[in-house]
Design a protein around this ligand. Structure first.
Ligand code: ZN
Length: 300
């Protein structure tokens, strides 16, 4: 297993560390930096520093004022940015602007088929040899290099991204984080007052944690079937995700690269069985979807 990534998830459990790591990172900024670097338009370091610290202050303000009982769209995005920052702290984006732009194009097209097309969706390939993908509230989706390398068509990419998009659409992670935050509020009535900041730190830590594990099986099955529908609606072959799951079946359970994935998701066998039960008939009805093997951008 990718030790750094696992460590980051563990690190995320320690809220104070997660807080400083997370707030120092900003997916948009990282993406912009990656693009700038490629295009050779990187801004001066002093300017970047000033903008970063300003951005961090306002990001922290946003996080401190999250309404956990009834989070707004902006609350959700602020939380997701922070969770994503924690993950990127352990495994940065692959430094390939063309690849990142391509994955964003495919992801945004699939997301546009969902009922939350209006979210500011961000997609990225992270530099990890694990076979895995992550979603965070507000429209953040990351896929590892290890998983990307196994894909053989754009339809498969669309299926994988569709699964993660479905987690965001259904607010699977956000709901777990809300539960944690409100549980903390409940406990704080008995003890001394818990600061709003601390509350958010804990919830965000939970978020990074559960991005890597702990969603219940039904949420995963739901993400599989919804992701398949979204990819098919986007015009892709409906079997993209199923193909990826079939490929995962061939990876040895003891292979470290899938340890985290197999811990956090039901086994591919169960997912395939469930997927064919839920959407098997529908999948057969949808025909003419594209696989687009040659359009899949190869990793350098
Ligand atoms: Zn999942």
């Amino acid at each position: 297993m990718n030790k750094t990534l696992k460590q980051a998830m563990m690190l995320a459990l320690c809220s104070s560390v997660a807080w400083s790591t997370a707030s120092a990172l900003d997916l948009k900024g990282v993406l912009k930096d990656a693009v700038n670097e490629q295009l050779g338009t990187s801004s001066k370091p002093e300017q970047t520093q000033a903008t970063d610290s300003q951005a961090n202050t306002s990001a922290q303000d946003k996080l401190a004022n999250i309404n956990w009982k009834n989070p707004s769209r902006e609350d959700e995005i602020a939380v997701g940015r922070n969770v994503t920052g924690t993950i990127l702290g352990a495994a940065p984006l692959v430094n390939d602007a063309a690849l990142q732009q391509y994955v964003n194009k495919v992801g945004r097209w699939v997301a546009s088929q969902s009922e939350r097309a209006d979210l500011p969706w961000h997609f990225g390939v992270i530099d990890s040899n694990d076979v895995n993908a992550f979603a965070a509230p507000g429209g953040y989706v990351l896929i590892t290099k290890g998983l990307y390398l196994r894909l053989t068509s754009e339809a498969q990419l669309a299926g994988v991204l569709g699964h993660e998009i479905a987690h965001v659409v259904q607010k699977h992670h956000l709901k777990v984080m809300q539960k944690q935050a409100l549980l903390d509020v409940g406990t704080s009535f008995l003890k001394d007052k818990i600061s709003k900041n601390k509350l958010t730190q804990r919830a965000v830590s939970t978020g990074a944690e559960i991005s890597a594990r702990n969603l219940d099986k039904s949420a995963e099955f739901e993400a599989d079937s919804m992701g398949t529908v979204l990819a098919a609606r986007a015009g892709y072959d409906a079997y993209g995700l199923a193909e990826v799951l079939q490929d995962m079946e061939t990876i040895n359970n003891n292979d470290g690269s899938v340890a985290l994935l197999f811990q956090t998701h039901p086994h591919p066998d169960d997912r395939l069985a469930q997927l064919s039960q839920v959407s098997g008939d529908q999948m057969d009805k949808i025909s003419g979807g594209k696989t687009l093997e040659t359009r899949l951008v190869k990793l350098k």
